[in-house]
Design a protein. Structure first.
Length: 323
């Protein structure tokens, strides 16, 4: 279990490094060093659209389901799930977070739950017919943000699901009863391309791929894209890639700028304009069991995830309750 806020590798900036906000990191900036008041870094050589403030909803549902997926660990999946979900909830959306990683980091990061003490988790929801979503659902201390928790029991599901009929669709069927109650469902996937991740992709309408701005983070992208393509062709022809998100970006290093440029060259408009800078405030917020938007509401990290929330809501196809 990690308290780092960046999945399991514990990466963070060194406290006391240069930074005007006192967090040990540079203020949010574009990759060539120009600061922006929004708190979000901007992708290289592209004009940034003016993403509108999300309009209030007249009613809720049906939800758009989004899987946050990357088979490499430590790239910011859990941090992004927590903070993007909280930022979207701030805009009046009802958000459900699904912890689909046996490590249970999402459950810990949203209230300091001890996953080992949970009687019912997403594992029970998948494997026991008499367990419903309402039995497993937990309220968080953020208005409009709910959680389906996980713990190490979920690791057994990978083996047990092999013998099930339509095993790739178990999560989709489990979530179906509450889809109309939420506007967004975010699934925090484990760092693997196994059966659990395939379940998440089969249930999802879209995929967000967090990519650490570091060379090794790029090496497994081809395999991930191949898995997504196979799911699109065989299991879920409605699945879209919502975007690639640059995370742990340090504008002070040439390496990070080159990696971000490579990501943009490879995926073009599929790369979010918002980039998440590296800062020690993320692991601090995780230890506190709160999203950065509540733990340090005025920080550059909080502003970045609010900008990302505006961007993803603007990118998503209009649903029945938007517009």
């Amino acid at each position: 279990m990690s308290w780092s806020g960046y999945d399991e590798d514990g990466s963070e900036s060194v406290p006391g490094a240069p930074g005007a906000d006192g967090t040990g990191a540079e203020p949010a900036s574009d990759p060539w060093g120009e600061p922006h008041s929004s708190g979000a870094a901007l992708s290289t050589n592209r004009p940034r659209p003016d993403f509108p403030e999300p309009a209030p909803l007249t009613h809720h549902g049906p939800a758009r389901i989004v899987a946050l997926c990357n088979q490499k660990g430590g790239v910011g999946k859990t941090t992004t799930t927590i903070n993007l979900g909280a930022a979207i909830a701030e805009y009046g959306r009802r958000v459900l977070l699904v912890d689909f990683d046996p490590q249970g980091a999402l459950s810990v990061g949203l209230g300091r739950l001890d996953p080992r003490e949970l009687d019912l988790t997403v594992y029970n929801l998948l494997m026991q017919r008499d367990v419903t979503v309402d039995d497993v659902l937990l309220k968080t201390n953020i208005d409009g943000l709910d959680l389906i928790p996980s713990n190490i029991d979920l690791s057994a599901a990978e083996v047990q699901l092999v013998g099930e009929v339509a095993r790739e669709q178990m999560l989709a069927r489990a979530l179906a009863p509450v889809i109309d109650d939420y506007d967004v469902v975010l699934i925090d996937c484990q760092p693997s391309l196994g059966l659990l991740t395939v379940n998440a992709l089969t249930a999802a309408h879209g995929v967000v791929v967090p990519l650490e701005c570091e060379f090794f983070a790029l090496r497994g992208v081809a395999l991930l894209m191949d898995t997504i393509q196979k799911v699109q062709e065989r299991l879920n022809n409605k699945l879209l890639i919502d975007g690639f998100l640059g995370t742990m970006y340090d504008p002070r290093t040439l390496h990070a700028r080159e990696v971000l440029s490579t990501i943009i060259d490879g995926f073009g408009d599929k790369v979010f304009h918002t980039v998440i800078n590296r800062t020690v405030r993320f692991p601090d917020a995780t230890v506190a069991g709160e999203p950065i938007t509540r733990f340090d509401s005025s920080s550059a990290g909080a502003s970045a995830y609010r900008e990302l929330a505006k961007e993803v809501l603007a990118r998503w196809p209009l649903s029945g309750h938007d517009g």
